[in-house]
Write a protein that binds this ligand. Structure first.
Ligand code: ATP
Length: 833
C-alpha cells in the first residue's frame, strides 16, 4: 500500500464520522456497502472500530423515529425490488428446467405389495430411478423408461416433491395438467387424494398454491370447480341433487370455445376459494357425488374421470397485468380389460367409455409429442375439455400406476405401453450420448440455480420481516398495514365492497345527471357510450341476449345436508357435515361475492362482470392489490364521470360556438353593405370581416370591435375569397377548392383558436357579444343624432351670428347717418361697401 492509500485508510473512520451529518439521507443498504468496503480493505486500524463507525452512521444520533421509518421504508422498497428481480430469475430458471425436462413428463408409481402376493409377483420388476425392467417371460425382460420411478416403498411426500415444480409453474401462469393413469385398483385415487394421515397430490398441491400465492408479489384469485366425465357426459360435482335422482334429468355440460380460443364449460360452478379449508369442504361435496361402484378389482372403483380445476387469475399490480390460467388435477377412470373384469350391462358400458377416452387421450398426447399437424382433440369429451391445457405452453404430468401382481401382467404391459407412447421415447432415443450428458449437466446446474435463488428469496423475505417488525415497534401497528408485504388473495368481502362501490358511484352519477336540465342530460346513446349503463355485462352488450339455460329449480335454493367422507383430507368435520348455500360457503348465484355460479349466465359472462373493470390497463405504480383494486375502481369511476362531464362540456362548447358565430353573423349583417361596381357580387364582405374581427378580438382577449370595410379593390377581393366560408364551415376544416393554402391555414388557426378556448372564456365572450349588440346599435344611432343636432346647432349659431352682424351693420349705419347728417354721400357709400 502506498503512502497516499495509507493516509486515506487512516482518515477513513473520520471521513465516515463526518458523514454522520448526512445520516438522514443515507439508507441502510448504503451503510452496509460501506461496511463491506471497509472489510475488504486491509485495515490500519482495528477493523471492528471502522465497521462500528459505519454502523454508527445509521444507528447513533438518529433519535427521530420519522427519519428511521423513512430509512426503513427506503430499504423495504429496495428489498422488494430485489425480491422481484430474483423471483423473475427464479421463474425463468424453473421454466427452463421444466422445458429441458420436457413439457410432457411421465412418472411411474408401483403400488405396494399385498401380504398375500406371491414371490413370483414380488420379483416381477426390477427398478432403478428412471427405469422399470419387467419380466415378461422366464428369460425375457423388457425395459420401460420414465422421468421418474417411485418404488412400492415411496411415500406421498416423495411423489409430491417431484410434482411440486409443476404446481409452482401453475403459479407462474402456465396451464398445468396432472393425470393419474392406471388400471383399476392400482392406486390412482390414493396418489391424487391420499388418506387423512397421508395427503395426496391434490390437497398438497392446493396448499402449495395458497402458500406460494401468499408469498408472491402478485395477487391471486382462485376458483374451484369439480366435474366428472361419466360415459361421455360432463357432470358438475358441485351441484347437489343431481346424484339423488340418478343424474337422470341433468343434462351434460356443454363445452364452448371463448373468443380467445380458451375452453369454457357452460354452467360449470366455479366457487371462489380463499384458503385450503374452503377447497377441502368443496372437495368433500364433490367426492360424495362422484360415480363409484364396486367392481371385481376395486370395491370403490371410480367409474368416471374426475377432474378438479383450479382457475387462477393473477394480478401483477406494478406491471398492470392480469393473467389467467388453469391447474387441472385429474383422477382418470381405471383402465381395464373388459374380458378380465367380466363386466356386463352398465359396468361394461362404463368400462368401454373409460377405455375409449383414455385411448383418445393417448392419441392427443402422442400427436403433441411427435408434433403432428393434426391433434385429435375432438375424439373424446376429456380431450375437448383439456384442449387449451394440453400442448403449446402448457405442462403435463402423467402419473402412471401399476399393480405388482403377476395376474395383472397384461394390464401392466398395456399401462406401460401407454406410458411409453405418451413419453415419446422415440424422440429421446434419437439423442446422442454426448447431447444427453450435456443436457444432464445443464439440468443439474439449473436445478442448483433454482435452489440458490429460492434461498436468496427466503433471505430477503426474512430481512423484510425484520424491518416490518422494527417499523411496527417504531410506529405502531397501523403502519405495518400500509407496508404490508404479506400478501393475501382478495377476499370476497373486498370484491363485494368494490362492486358495491362501483355500483354506488354509477348511481351517484345518475342522480347528479338527473338533477341537470333535460337538455343537458346525456341521451340513452351517450349514456351507453360514457358507460353509465356499464352495469350490463359487456358481453351482453356485444351479443344479443340468449335465453339462459336453466337447471331444474331444485338445483339451487336448497340447503344440502350431506354426510362428508370422514377420510377426506383429515376432515375436521364429523361424519356429517351441513353445507348450506347461504351459510358456510356462499353459493348464492351472485356476482358480488365472487362466486361464479352459472345459472343465468355463462361462466364467461359472469367472469366478465367480475373482472371487466379491472382489465383496463392504467398507469402508475400501485403496490398492493387492495390499493390497486381501489385505484382501478376509482379510476373507472373517474373515467366514467370525466367522460360524462366531457360529453356535456363538448355539448355546451358546441352550443357556445354556434351561438357566437350566429351572434357575429348577426352583427355583420347589421352593418351597412358596401356599394359600388366592384362590390356588387359580394354578398357581405363586412360580415366576414366582422367575423374575422370578432375572431381576432377573441384571440386577443379584446372587446368585440367592428373593423372598417375593405377600402380598396384588393381588400375587397381578399374579403371575397374569405367570404366563401360560411359560419358552419368555420367549425369544420374548409375544403381545398374553397380556399388557398394560406387562407386555409389562417382559417384553421382561427377555427382552432375557437376550439382551444376554454368554455368559460367563450361563455364570457358570448355574453359580451350578446350584451353589446343592442348597445352598439343604440350608440350608433344616438351618435348620428347628436352629430346632426350638433351640426344644426352650429348652423343655427352661424345663422344667428350673421343675422346679428347684419342687424349690427344696419344699426351702425342708421346711427351714423342720424348722428352726422352733414356728411358727404360718398362717405356713406364707402362705408356700405
Ligand atoms: N401406495 C399405496 N400405499 C398404500 N395403499 C395404497 C397405495 N396405492 C393404493 N393403495 C390402496 O389400494 C386400494 C385401491 O387404491 P385406489 O382406490 O387408489 O385405486 P384406483 O386406481 O383409484 O382404483 P379405481 O380406478 O378403481 O378407482 C385402496 O385401498 C388404497 O388405499
Amino acid at each position: 500500500m502506498d503512502g497516499q492509500s495509507e493516509k486515506t485508510m487512516r482518515t477513513l473512520p473520520d471521513t465516515l464520522s463526518s458523514l454522520k451529518e448526512f445520516n438522514k439521507y443515507l439508507i441502510p443498504s448504503w451503510v452496509e456497502s460501506v461496511s463491506h468496503i471497509i472489510k475488504e480493505l486491509t485495515p490500519t486500524k482495528p477493523q471492528k472500530v471502522m465497521e462500528d463507525k459505519a454502523q454508527d452512521i445509521f444507528e447513533c444520533d438518529d433519535k427521530e423515529p420519522d427519519t428511521k421509518i423513512a430509512k426503513i421504508q427506503d430499504e423495504m422498497v429496495s428489498l422488494s425490488a430485489q425480491l422481484k428481480e430474483i423471483t423473475l430469475q427464479k421463474r425463468e430458471s424453473l421454466n427452463n428446467y421444466l422445458d429441458l425436462k420436457g413439457s410432457i413428463r411421465v412418472f411411474c408409481r408401483i403400488r405396494p405389495f399385498n401380504h398375500e402376493q406371491s414371490y413370483s409377483s414380488r420379483t416381477m420388476f426390477t427398478l432403478d430411478e428412471s427405469n422399470i425392467f419387467l419380466r415378461v417371460s422366464e428369460t425375457k425382460r423388457k425395459q420401460y423408461k420414465f422421468d421418474k420411478v417411485f418404488d412400492p416403498s415411496s411415500t406421498q411426500g416423495d411423489v409430491f416433491s417431484e410434482v411440486e415444480p409443476l404446481i409452482k409453474s401453475a403459479i407462474d401462469g402456465y396451464n398445468v395438467c396432472i393425470f393419474a393413469y392406471g388400471q383399476t385398483g392400482s392406486g390412482k385415487t390414493y396418489t391424487m387424494e391420499g388418506k387423512p394421515t397421508n395427503l395426496g397430490v391434490i390437497p398438497r398441491g392446493i396448499q402449495v398454491l395458497f402458500d406460494r400465492a401468499s408469498e408472491s408479489n402478485n395477487r391471486f384469485l382462485f376458483t374451484f370447480s369439480m366435474l366428472e366425465i361419466y360415459m361421455g357426459n360432463l357432470r358438475d360435482l358441485l351441484v347437489p341433487g343431481s346424484k339423488t335422482n340418478g343424474f337422470k334429468n341433468v343434462p351434460s355440460l356443454a363445452i364452448k370455445t371463448d373468443p380467445d380460443g380458451g375452453i369454457e364449460i357452460e354452467n360449470l360452478v366455479a366457487v371462489t376459494v380463499n384458503n385450503f379449508q374452503e377447497v377441502k369442504r368443496l372437495y368433500g361435496v364433490g367426492t360424495r357425488l362422484r360415480s363409484t361402484a364396486s367392481t371385481m378389482a376395486n370395491s370403490t372403483s371410480s367409474r368416471s374421470h374426475c377432474l378438479i380445476r383450479i382457475s387462477m387469475t393473477s394480478f401483477d399490480a406494478p406491471e398492470r397485468k392480469k393473467a389467467r390460467n388453469k391447474l387441472w388435477m385429474i383422477d382418470l377412470g381405471g383402465s381395464e380389460r373388459l374380458v378380465k373384469t367380466k363386466a356386463t350391462g352398465k359396468r361394461l358400458k362404463e368400462g368401454k367409455a373409460i377405455n375409449l377416452s383414455l385411448s383418445a387421450l393417448g392419441d392427443v398426447i402422442d400427436a403433441l409429442q411427435t408434433k403432428k399437424t393434426h391433434v385429435p382433440y375432438r375424439n373424446s369429451k376429456l380431450t375437448q375439455v383439456l384442449r387449451d391445457s394440453l400442448g403449446c405452453e402448457s405442462k403435463t404430468l402423467m402419473l402412471v400406476h401399476i399393480r405388482p401382481n403377476e395376474n395383472d401382467l397384461c394390464e401392466t404391459v398395456c399401462t406401460l405401453g401407454f406410458a411409453t407412447r405418451v413419453r415419446s421415447i422415440r424422440l429421446e432415443s434419437e439423442e446422442s450420448p454426448d447431447v444427453k450428458a450435456r443436457k444432464e449437466q445443464f439440468l443439474m446446474e439449473l436445478g442448483q440455480k433454482v435452489n440458490d435463488l429460492e434461498q436468496e428469496c427466503d433471505n430477503i423475505k426474512r430481512k423484510v420481516k425484520k424491518l416490518e417488525d422494527t417499523m411496527e415497534q417504531l410506529k405502531g401497528p397501523q403502519l405495518a398495514v400500509s407496508t404490508n408485504f404479506v400478501i393475501s388473495p382478495p377476499s370476497t368481502e373486498e370484491l363485494k365492497i368494490n362492486m358495491s362501490k362501483n355500483v354506488r358511484s354509477l348511481k351517484n352519477h345518475r342522480e347528479v345527471s338527473s338533477g341537470l336540465p333535460r337538455f343537458m342530460r346525456p341521451t340513452a346513446a351517450s349514456q351507453h357510450r360514457i358507460g353509465l349503463n356499464n352495469n350490463v355485462p359487456s358481453i351482453n352488450r356485444l351479443k344479443p341476449p340468449v335465453p339462459p339455460k336453466r337447471r331444474p329449480s331444485s338445483v339451487y335454493a336448497e340447503s344440502i345436508r350431506l354426510p362428508v367422507n370422514a377420510d377426506t383430507w383429515q376432515s375436521e368435520c364429523s361424519s356429517e357435515c351441513s353445507i348450506s348455500m347461504t351459510s358456510d360457503i356462499n353459493w348464492t348465484p351472485s356476482i358480488q361475492d365472487g362466486t361464479e355460479y352459472s345459472q343465468d349466465a355463462s361462466e364467461y359472462e359472469i367472469k366478465q362482470v367480475i373482472f371487466s373493470e379491472y382489465e383496463k390497463p392504467s398507469q402508475g405504480p400501485v403496490i398492493s392489490f387492495k390499493e390497486w383494486q381501489l385505484a382501478e375502481s376509482e379510476n373507472m369511476q373517474n373515467k366514467t364521470e370525466e367522460r360524462g362531464i366531457i360529453d356535456i362540456d363538448n355539448w355546451i362548447h358546441q352550443q357556445i360556438l354556434e351561438s357566437t358565430v350566429t351572434c357575429q353573423s348577426k352583427m355583420g349583417l347589421n352593418v351597412p353593405k358596401v356599394t359600388g361596381d366592384e362590390t356588387s357580387n359580394i354578398r357581405s364582405p363586412i360580415k366576414i370581416e366582422g367575423a374575422k374581427g370578432c375572431n381576432k378580438a377573441l384571440d386577443e382577449e379584446n372587446d368585440l370591435a367592428l373593423h372598417p370595410p375593405p377600402l380598396n379593390a384588393k381588400d375587397i377581393k381578399q374579403a371575397n375569397a374569405v367570404n366563401h366560408f360560411s359560419g358552419a364551415e368555420l367549425r369544420s376544416p374548409p375544403s381545398r377548392e374553397h380556399c388557398s393554402n394560406n387562407e386555409t391555414n389562417k382559417h384553421t388557426n382561427e377555427s382552432f383558436a375557437y376550439h382551444g378556448r376554454s368554455r368559460r372564456s367563450l361563455q364570457e365572450k358570448l355574453d359580451d357579444c350578446m350584451l353589446r349588440q343592442p348597445d352598439k346599435e343604440a350608440d350608433l344611432s344616438a351618435r348620428a343624432e347628436i352629430r346632426s343636432q350638433e351640426e344644426e346647432h352650429h348652423i343655427g349659431k352661424l345663422k344667428k351670428f350673421f343675422q346679428a352682424l347684419q342687424i349690427a351693420w344696419v344699426g351702425v349705419g342708421l346711427g351714423l347717418g342720424t348722428a352726422s347728417l352733414g356728411l358727404e354721400d360718398d362717405f356713406f357709400h364707402s362705408l356700405m361697401l
